[in-house]
Design a protein around this ligand. Structure first.
Ligand SMILES: *[C@@H]1O[C@H](CO)[C@@H](O)[C@H](O)[C@H]1NC(C)=O
Ligand SMILES: *[C@@H]1O[C@H](CO)[C@@H](O)[C@H](O)[C@H]1NC(C)=O
Ligand SMILES: *[C@@H]1O[C@H](CO)[C@@H](O)[C@H](O)[C@H]1NC(C)=O
Ligand SMILES: *[C@@H]1O[C@H](CO)[C@@H](O)[C@H](O)[C@H]1NC(C)=O
Ligand SMILES: *[C@@H]1O[C@H](CO)[C@@H](O)[C@H](O)[C@H]1NC(C)=O
Length: 529
């Protein structure tokens, strides 16, 4: 599950940074002021800042700079900032919280400012925490980590330290604005209420309570190969991660899995993004009983789960042996991160809810690659290189190369993923791409399957396909049995009634979802995008 946390962190970064346009050129404006423009920028209101910034900085200059990481009082780090030329930092562990792993204090000493108006803005990151601060005065400052999230964070900080990034000072305005707009990110915990409130406020989700029991008593005879499972997690870091994913993509679910029956009639669940014993996210085929008992009893993210039975016509079309063949060929392979982000970026500006944009994505990628180099080595670079037709360029080089070709990073991100691209660790399948690829093999997209790129589909794109049962009298009798409101699908777990707007409505068409914008709060979708 660790890697999911990292994705969370990335999104968190994306939200925590600023937004600028990439294609700015150096510019000598009419600024004859007694201080450097870049020093005074943080003091200007943010709305006025944006046009100035995009003309002052060039793309690569805007990216955050990794200055290093600190893990103990013994090895202090020293560096030169943009404003303060003499800085040092060290880490002290403490147990003020009286918790199993204690917490820590990061000390920073900044001095030798080059001008009286300048300041330095920093982000501090572990895979579990992100915070930021800015320094105006020469003195010692501290960043408090009251309590580590658990053994994983404690061990991480002991061995790898807290990563420190120097940000462009112009980002201060956005950081402040974000903190006000998105209370989710100010809460230290990813409590259920912060997730629910965020989704209510920013997506218009309802979260109506349903009558108990909050789980179905299921007869597995009524479940068939190809039936789709939508999961929506609302508590803990998984919940926090999914909340961001939902908000960005407009999906009312954050994870998905698919049912498969074998030739003996035994029911299985195939899932891309299953956490194995070692904490890695893999593709797995699990017996239904094992999967369901985990979701009922052990999953601490309070998963809400809906079963979407295939329409009988599609069930008849579903080639079960081809589906199994596909699932077995990927069993045990790593979850696909390469293309995850590309499934929601289709247009250069229609997929970024403010204040996200391509620049921010680039900043997030840079931060990520420093906090988790083992995982990040090829995370997006490989996918971006494929789009450019290059090999082994790192992110800043990719941006430079893109601009030299007269294009922009935003356009590069918007280029559609090709399902047949093979990455160094195999083909890349996110949870929903895995299921739709299986549908493709099983013949559900025939006769247009060659012009469907499933990596372009989000979870919402999957549940809005008109593939599912549309006659409520054919739903299993245990389906929504205790609920007074009859949903068109079977919600099998969860306190709140699940919503899947536009469920089961869209007939697939060639090049579906390759050019769709997705902007909150309405996520309007042009037909045939
Ligand atoms: C930088 O700061 C350190 C620690 O505060 C100090 O020992 C050192 O002399 C300073 N260096 C300069 C060039 O001012
Ligand atoms: C912190 O204090 C608590 C309670 O005194 C103790 O149980 C825990 O082991 C301590 N943690 C560390 C890391 O020292
Ligand atoms: C189903 O898939 C298998 C394996 O890919 C294939 O051999 C078989 O011909 C397919 N059946 C139909 C009816 O298309
Ligand atoms: C369900 O779908 C089928 C085929 O897609 C269609 O013929 C039928 O009219 C639909 N039924 C309802 C109740 O919408
Ligand atoms: C829905 O299914 C029931 C039971 O199979 C059937 O009697 C009814 O005609 C179907 N309704 C439609 C609109 O297809």
């Amino acid at each position: 599950m660790t890697t999911r946390f990292l994705l969370l962190l990335l999104l968190f970064f994306l939200l925590s940074l600023s937004f600028f346009h990439l294609y700015s050129k150096d510019w000598d404006g009419p600024w004859k002021l007694p201080f450097r423009t870049s020093d005074i920028l943080p003091l200007i209101p943010f709305s006025a800042l944006r046009p100035i910034l995009s003309s002052v900085y060039s793309a690569v200059d805007l990216l955050p700079t990794f200055v290093g990481s600190v893990s103990s009082p013994e090895n202090s780090l020293e560096w030169k900032g943009a404003c303060f030329y003499n800085n040092s930092a060290w880490m002290e562990f403490h147990n003020k919280s009286k918790s199993p792993y204690g917490g820590g204090t990061l000390h920073l000493k900044v001095s030798n400012a080059h001008s009286w108006t300048c300041l330095d803005l920093y982000a501090f990151a572990t895979p579990f925490h992100l915070t930021w601060d800015y320094y105006f005065l020469s003195r010692e400052h501290t960043i408090e980590f009251h309590e580590w999230e658990g053994e994983a964070e404690y061990e991480y900080v002991k061995h790898h330290g807290v990563s420190i990034f120097l940000m462009k000072s112009g980002m201060l305005g956005t950081l402040r604005a974000l903190w006000d707009v998105f209370p989710l990110f100010t809460n230290t915990g990813w409590g259920e209420n912060s997730n629910v409130n965020f989704l209510k406020k920013h997506m218009g989700a309802k979260f109506e309570e349903r009558p108990e029991p909050w789980f179905s008593t299921i007869n597995v005879d009524d479940i068939h190969s190809g039936d789709f499972l939508v999961l929506s997690k609302i508590r803990g870091r998984w919940g926090g991660f999914e909340t961001l994913e939902k908000w960005v993509t407009g999906a009312y679910g954050g994870h998905s899995a698919v049912c498969l029956k074998d030739s003996d009639g035994k029911l299985w669940v195939a899932e891309s993004g299953h956490a194995n014993d070692k904490g890695e996210d893999i593709i797995a085929i699990l017996p239904w009983e094992e999967w369901w008992s985990f979701e009922l009893n052990k999953d601490d993210s309070d998963p809400h789960i809906a079963l979407l039975p295939l329409h009988p016509n599609l069930r008849a079309k579903f080639n079960n042996s081809a589906a199994w063949e596909y699932a077995r060929s990927l069993d045990g392979k790593p979850y696909g991160y390469h293309n995850m982000i590309f499934s929601w970026i289709d247009t250069t500006s229609g997929n970024y809810p403010p204040p996200l944009d391509a620049q921010l994505v680039a900043s997030g990628m840079i931060l990520w690659s420093k906090v988790m180099p083992d995982y990040a080595a090829n995370l997006w670079n490989e996918a971006l290189n494929k789009r450019l037709g290059t090999e082994d360029l790192d992110l800043p080089d990719i941006i430079v190369e893109t601009e030299q070709r007269g294009s922009s990073f935003a356009k590069l991100l918007a280029m559609p993923e090709q399902d047949d691209w093979i990455y160094s660790d195999g083909s890349s399948t996110s949870c929903v791409a895995f299921i739709l690829q299986m549908y493709k093999h099983a013949g559900l997209f025939d006769p247009i399957s060659t012009s469907i790129q499933v990596t372009e589909f989000t979870i919402k794109d999957a549940y809005t396909l008109n593939f599912f049962e549309n006659n409520s009298s054919r739903l299993p009798e245990w389906c929504n049995k205790e609920d007074s409101v009859k949903l068109p699908f079977c919600q099998i777990k969860g306190k709140y009634r699940m919503e899947l707007p536009d469920y089961n409505t869209i007939q697939p068409y060639p090049h579906m979802n390759e050019k769709c914008p997705s902007l909150p709060p309405n996520y309007d979708r042009p037909i045939y995008c």
